[in-house]
Design a protein around this ligand. Structure first.
Ligand SMILES: NC(=O)c1ccc[n+]([C@@H]2O[C@H](COP(=O)([O-])OP(=O)(O)OC[C@H]3O[C@@H](n4cnc5c(N)ncnc54)[C@H](O)[C@@H]3O)[C@@H](O)[C@H]2O)c1
Ligand SMILES: O=P(O)(O)OC[C@@H](O)[C@@H](O)[C@H](O)[C@H](O)CO
Length: 403
């Protein structure tokens, strides 16, 4: 075992664990859940094996994954410290959701704990690889970890500066939450009672930038790309895919749709997606031809009728996602003197959602926005104070509200 992972959700098992298994150079992963013990127990009972259902538009391919060699509950802090401190550990990877990167939040807390143990053990350098949907996820991780470490123990912060490489990544593979139906289908098609299968799409992408001071799996054998600058790839993915998802999650659920595939089958949602993508593409530093091809492929991915990605799952934590997925386009377009109706529509649909329309609100950061949801200007004042005095923008957002 040379990789320790935090956040044993479906995405990690469909993405980083799949790349590690497909690299086939014998790196094992010990993974920790966020909090719960149930998934760790279920995976331990199956020796870390689970079925990855790669679900295409017309057929499934079942692949039993074996890169996970141990699964632990997130509450097991002493095993976490021991494994991060182990001399053989070379990499710590993370999929903990955007909200977990708050200052002094769970990512900072767990990493500072583990890295303090590693320093005490004298186990030397390692790489930390965030695989969450955040722009500059390596830099964000470094910032929250070093802020906390410097407050607790400046000597630890110095050690981190000299020993820990924070790698930045763009990650992509649409992976809905596993359902009871998925478990039953895998049991009948796969021939074993897998308690923890994961369903994912055929498409996968991983772009990384940064140093691995004590090595890494040959993830490139499975298609990962190592680049000097992740920003163009990450901007493309966060604005077009994740921004498109947020549009459908709020505006599509308000029309009564339940999944991404249902929403993109509705011509109104398709028109709104195109409107958003036209605006967003102006802020992605990649050739136009590449973006046109990406949009076409994305529409096919969204339309896959056999992937049931619920709009309610995507709608969660909007207060963390809207600033990342929508504000860069709103700001860029207004600075260029244009009115971005597509971006304003996402904002209006999110305000409607906060008012109780469409997918239910599941967001620990929503309350201050919900308290102001009666007025588009008040929401903007909290979300993006620099845009709150923009009367034309406020009027446009108000004109797009349903309630
Ligand atoms: N699912 C996808 O399609 C996908 C694709 C690309 C990137 N991602 C990234 O991966 C993340 C995880 O996705 P997932 O589908 O595996 O979600 P998930 O809900 O299945 O897993 C998230 C993990 O983080 C833990 N966690 C979150 N907040 C926590 C907290 N405050 N304290 C303790 N534990 C906490 C959860 O317990 C869980 O183990 C996403 O938020 C996103 O940033 C997901
Ligand atoms: O996973 P989240 O909560 O950051 O966002 C929900 C979806 O937009 C996201 O999971 C996408 O499916 C994923 O980023 C595709 O690679």
């Amino acid at each position: 075992m040379r990789i320790v992972h935090l956040g044993l959700g479906g995405f990690f098992r469909a993405h980083q664990a799949w790349y590690t298994g497909a690299a086939s150079d014998d790196w094992g992963i010990a993974a920790f859940t966020g909090r719960s013990a149930g998934l760790a127990e279920a995976l331990t009972a199956q020796d870390g094996r689970y079925t990855l259902v790669v679900r295409g538009p017309s057929a499934d391919e079942l692949q039993v994954q074996e890169a996970l060699v141990a699964a632990h509950p997130g509450s097991d802090a002493s095993t976490w410290r021991d494994l991060v401190a182990a001399p053989g550990t070379a990499i710590v990877t993370l999929t903990m959701t955007e909200a977990a990167y708050a200052p002094s939040g769970v990512v900072a807390d767990r990493l500072v704990n583990g890295l303090a143990a590693r320093r005490l053990a004298g186990s030397g350098p390692l790489a930390v690889v965030s695989c969450d949907n955040l722009p500059g996820n390596g830099e964000v991780t470094a910032r929250v970890v070093r802020d906390l470490a410097s407050r607790l123990d400046p000597a630890l912060d110095d050690w981190i500066a000299g020993h820990v490489s924070f790698v930045t990544t763009m990650v992509d593979r649409i992976t809905p939450r596993t359902t009871g139906d998925d478990i039953r289908q895998v049991e009948s098609a796969g021939g074993w009672a897998d308690a923890a299968p994961v369903v994912t799409e055929p498409f996968t992408e991983w772009v990384l930038s940064g140093e691995f001071p004590v090595g890494r799996p040959a993830w490139e054998n499975a298609g990962a790309r190592f680049v000097d600058d992740v920003v163009p790839h990450e901007t493309r993915k966060l604005l077009l895919l994740n921004g498109g998802h947020s549009l459908l999650a709020y505006a599509g659920s308000a029309l009564g749709h339940e999944s991404v595939a249902d929403a993109v089958a509705d011509t109104r949602c398709r028109t709104w997606l195109d409107e958003w993508w036209d605006e967003a593409c102006r802020h992605v530093p990649l050739p136009a031809g590449e973006l046109t091809a990406y949009r076409a492929a994305l529409l096919d991915r969204f339309a896959n009728p056999r992937i049931r990605h619920t709009l309610a799952q995507i709608a969660a934590d909007g207060s963390q996602k809207i600033p990342i997925r929508v504000l860069p386009v709103l700001r860029g377009e207004r600075a260029a003197g244009r009115m971005p109706v597509g971006a304003a529509r996402i904002l209006a649909a999110w305000i409607d959602h906060l008012r109780g329309i469409g997918a239910p609100v599941a967001d620990a950061g929503a309350q201050p926005f919900a308290d102001r949801a009666g007025s588009a200007r008040d929401v903007l004042t909290l979300l993006a104070p620099d845009l709150a005095g923009d009367d034309d923008l406020v009027k446009t957002v108000e004109s797009l509200l349903r309630a």
